[in-house]
Design a protein. Structure first.
Length: 445
């Protein structure tokens, strides 16, 4: 397989995109006074339709004012959290060997280009998250009596954003608290959607999914090994080895560590192909990495099917503790679990009313809900970064001005704005450095 295929596809898509932009420009269909214009390298398609709906939804001013205040608090917490994570990541990056450095494609959260985010699920989740993010901006703007000029979508090969264009003059003239409610609205929307879709995943999995056996799930089988000779396959579950039950990864490691090369030991596993438990004996090979130890020839997931289900139902209830459980839920894509696709679907039995749709459609639905929750969390955190022109950058600017006003009571509004602008520039550059450092540090040190 061509290792540069992804880059070649991305290059071809960008070339086609810029060709379309050039044609639109040459034919006069692109410009600031047109329905299609440029925002940097991105195409903006905008319309005035929908403004009446924003007025109708935003008329409940007291309610949306409370919602906006909650959004400001959540955005501030998210801003501090994501900044702390960037600092932590920058420190960890100095300890990562170059061989394990994250690929540069992970720097772009674009479905299909980023190897972690699948193109299908990613585009659906990104589109839903961005559209509702911007819709909330519009509703809060109208509830705070700030005008909305237009609505639209940003394109950069794929839809990379949506926007609600507020009236800049009215936005700048509004009191800080009012415009901060508008800025924080998108972050709040993404966090609210994260909760909604997480609860949906939890409800679906808890009522419809049961592990087919208690054991460790096989991720892959190495050819010409004892496991391959027994026809073990990805999707099977090992429940016992050498007379020891293996309900966890640690118990499986303990069981295999007590074997020797050439030894014949009993093995019990659930065969996804046969749909039942199989009891047999297997003669282990000699391990090349650990002399004297037996070798079966399988790679198993660290998380068992039962533990994987627990993550979807309630990560904080994980046997590893609430912190590790929550972290495991977040990093499932990094572990190659999408979250349940391919052979891993064989670890579970689907029952109840949703089983009528079939296993494949069921898991597609679960994956969509998971990615909607995951991407909205990513959007909420990333937009809370104190980087201009993100929502967090606008909030940070006003936070800086408000803090300066408390300690420098003699400063004029112009002086406060100048200070806040410089503070936002510094924070933007610092965040950019911390982000890039995580990718270049392992390759430099």
């Amino acid at each position: 397989m061509n290792p540069y295929l992804g880059y070649e596809i991305a290059l071809g898509l960008f070339a086609a995109y810029f060709a379309v932009v050039y044609v639109l420009y040459r034919t006069g269909r692109l410009g600031p006074d047109r329905s299609i214009s440029l925002f940097g390298p991105a195409l903006m398609t905008k319309t005035k339709r929908g403004r009446t709906a924003l007025d109708r939804w935003g008329r409940f001013r007291r309610f949306w004012t409370v919602v906006g205040d909650v959004g400001i608090a959540l955005a501030a917490i998210a801003m501090a959290t994501i900044f702390a994570l960037l600092l932590f990541g920058a420190v960890i990056a100095t300890r990562i060997p170059s061989s394990k450095a994250p690929p540069l494609t992970e720097a772009l959260a674009i479905p299909g280009i980023n190897p972690i985010i699948p193109i299908g699920y990613g585009i659906v989740a990104l589109a839903v998250g961005i559209v509702l993010h911007e819709l909330m901006h519009g509703i809060l703007a109208r509830s705070q009596k700030i005008g909305v000029k237009s609505l639209g979508i940003l394109w950069l090969v794929i839809p990379v954003g949506a926007f609600v264009e507020q009236d800049d003059k009215e936005m700048l003239a509004a009191p800080r608290r009012q415009r901060d409610r508008v800025a924080a609205a998108g972050v709040l929307a993404n966090f609210a959607l994260t909760v909604v879709f997480f609860v949906a995943v939890s409800a679906v999995v808890s009522t419809s999914v049961t592990p087919t056996a208690s054991g460790v799930g096989i991720a892959s089988v190495e050819p010409s090994t004892p496991a391959a000779n027994l026809s073990l396959a990805a999707g099977d579950i090992i429940t016992s080895l050498n007379g020891t039950s293996t309900p966890t990864f640690a118990s499986f490691e303990t069981a295999i560590s007590h074997t020797t090369g050439g030894e014949s030991v009993p093995l019990v596993y659930y065969s996804a192909g046969l749909g039942r438990l199989v009891s047999t004996d297997v003669t282990l090979a000699a391990s090349t990495s650990t002399p004297g130890r037996g070798y079966l020839g399988v790679e198993v997931y660290d998380l068992t099917p039962a533990e994987l289900k627990q993550l979807f139902v309630w990560p904080a209830g994980s046997s590893f503790g609430p912190y590790i459980g929550t972290l495991d839920w977040l990093v499932l894509p990094f572990a190659g679990i999408e979250p349940v696709a391919g052979a891993t679907t064989s670890y579970f039995h689907v029952s109840g009313p949703l089983a009528a749709a079939g296993a494949a459609p069921f898991w597609i639905g679960v994956n969509i809900l998971y990615w909607l929750a995951w991407m909205n969390l990513l959007l909420g955190l990333s937009n809370a970064l104190p980087v201009f022109p993100l929502d967090g950058g606008l909030l940070f600017r006003d936070f800086a001005a408000s803090i300066a006003a408390r300690f420098r009571r003699g400063w004029s509004e112009a002086r406060l704005d100048e200070f806040a602008g410089r503070a936002t520039t510094v924070s933007s550059l610092l965040v950019l450095f911390l982000f890039i450092w995580q990718f270049i540090a392992p390759r430099l040190l």
